[in-house]
Design a protein around this ligand. Structure first.
Ligand SMILES: [Zn+2]
Length: 165
């Protein structure tokens, strides 16, 4: 990754040696030969600097991305602390806003599936057959929360995620 640094130091040393040796040259032809050699070394240094610039740009971009991820992670850590796991009568789980954190917000739930993936996704009320349900519009999960009174048989099954079906 940092090969360009060693290359640049090597190029500078070579250029310095060439200029030192030019002081002792006696003929124009010998000077011309050394100038050509020096130009080659300088072109090499230019290439090393271009590599350094490219690498610096990539690293700066990566640092910005990581800083953004860290900030997002910190925001989520604060936000997720406002919720607690809640189990509905049919057994399904969701994260519910803690009463002391609710403030003026209406009672609401977060999708437990998305919560585990650090995504805040509010569940929206709906119905699913004979059941009241909550749907996540981010991951499409649907959890049944309670049976609608006077509707259908009185039992429920659960999938592996705790959602009733
Ligand atoms: Zn979800």
């Amino acid at each position: 990754m940092m090969d360009w640094v060693m290359g640049a130091y090597g190029g500078i040393k070579t250029a310095t040696d060439i200029t030192q040796s030019m002081l002792t040259l006696k003929t124009d032809a010998a000077v011309t030969t050394k100038v050509i050699e020096l130009n080659g070394v300088l072109l090499g240094l230019q290439g090393q600097l271009n590599n350094a610039h490219t690498e610096h740009t990539a690293l700066a971009s990566r640092i910005r991305d990581l800083e953004s991820e860290v900030a997002q992670f910190k925001r989520w850590e604060e936000e997720k602390g406002r919720y607690q796991l809640h189990q509905f009568p049919l057994g399904a789980l969701a994260y519910c806003i803690k009463p002391e954190m609710q403030g003026t917000e209406p009672l609401h739930y977060l999708c437990s599936n998305c919560y585990q993936k650090t995504v805040k996704s509010l569940l929206q009320a709906c119905e699913d057959g004979w059941y009241k349900a909550l749907k996540c519009h981010h991951c499409d999960s649907l959890i049944r929360t309670e049976k609608i009174p006077d509707s259908g048989p009185n039992f429920a099954f659960f999938d592996n995620n705790g959602g009733a079906f």
